[in-house]
Design a protein around this ligand. Sequence first.
Ligand code: AMP
Ligand code: MG
Length: 388
Amino acid sequence: MVTIEEALGIIEDQKIDLKTEVRPLEASLGYALSKNIISPFDVPEFDNSAMDGYALCGLYQEYKLVGEVAAGDSKEVSLQNGEAVRIFTGAKVPENTTAVMMQEKTSVKDKTLFLDEMPKVGQNIRKRGGQLAEGQEVFEKGHMLNPPSLALMGSLGRSELEVFSKPRVNIITTGNELVKPGQPKLVGQIYESNSYAISGVLEQFGFEHHQKTQIQDDFEATKAGIQTALESCDVLIISGGISVGDYDFVKQSLEENGVKELFYKVFQKPGKPLYFGRKDNKFVFALPGNPASSLTCFYVYVLPLLHKLSGYRRTGLPTYQFPIKHGYENRFGRPSFLKAAILDGKVEVLDGQGSSMIQSMAKGNVLAFVDDGEKLTAGDLIRCKLIS
Ligand code: AMP
Ligand code: MG
């Protein structure tokens, strides 16, 4: 048995050779850069207007109107003292522009522009290099490309990016009692549901699974299923069969497939019978079968590994602290992850904390954490990971 910190440390310490690939900009969301990015030019590349209005030369309240510059115009315009041109957002400001006045504060009569107020030097001008200077580092290797990052890469003219490849994931569910939804079910059987949460959470965080297999609680079948699944993935996620029951064959089957245990059992609730192992450059998580346990373990342990294998500089879900709505005492005798909801800035621990209970998790939006024996009173800060 390891502590939560030890388990996370073991995951973090895994040495791996990351693969890289070149991807089109539009297909790079959620990938991490495999090289530092340097700005090839100043951003913006020229002084430009932050407003629709008038570019002014000198500081007056009246100007002679001499023309117009629209966004995208390449013509060279130069102003003389006392002159103004109509200008639009993003247009290159003419040479000698002192300030831009927003059009709402102006009026025009014949060819004369009148301002409602005196302009200030530099007002409404976005300066060349104001965001980035040529040669400046934009992102470090390992930066995960979120939507604004894609916009920035586009604005630097990049149509392709060198990124770390993402791991291939396979899923195995185990259990004689499991029936696929939509199929008839006998007394004593239940519908298989974990694989939908696991494939869903993979998709939510930008990962794909290639194969999903359902295996009966049979040693030979489990061993063969694991062998096949391992051939075509970097990370194998197994649900169920990892406890100490007579029908739990996963651990032994992993051993027989040459997977080396890195930890087994974590001092936590839910998700105590969590297994993590490695065979060469392939990793295996065997998650406890209880639906809330398996998903909790995914957020806390599987996601950091997937991020690490994807070359992310920052791995796993960040922990934030929010005030708790009502007092809460952890009487589970183990550090605990709680299904909770944050609303109006306050965290409410939800009813239905059992490992098999998934409705509370579905209705909540955070995974809260309380240490063994920790006692919180209303308003105390509670640690949370945002899960939806
Ligand atoms: P296990 O870890 O295999 O002992 O399973 C623990 C509990 O989780 C049992 O009540 C199982 O029926 C349930 N369970 C295991 N796998 C699944 C699954 N894929 N979908 C829904 N429930 C499951
Ligand atoms: Mg089972």
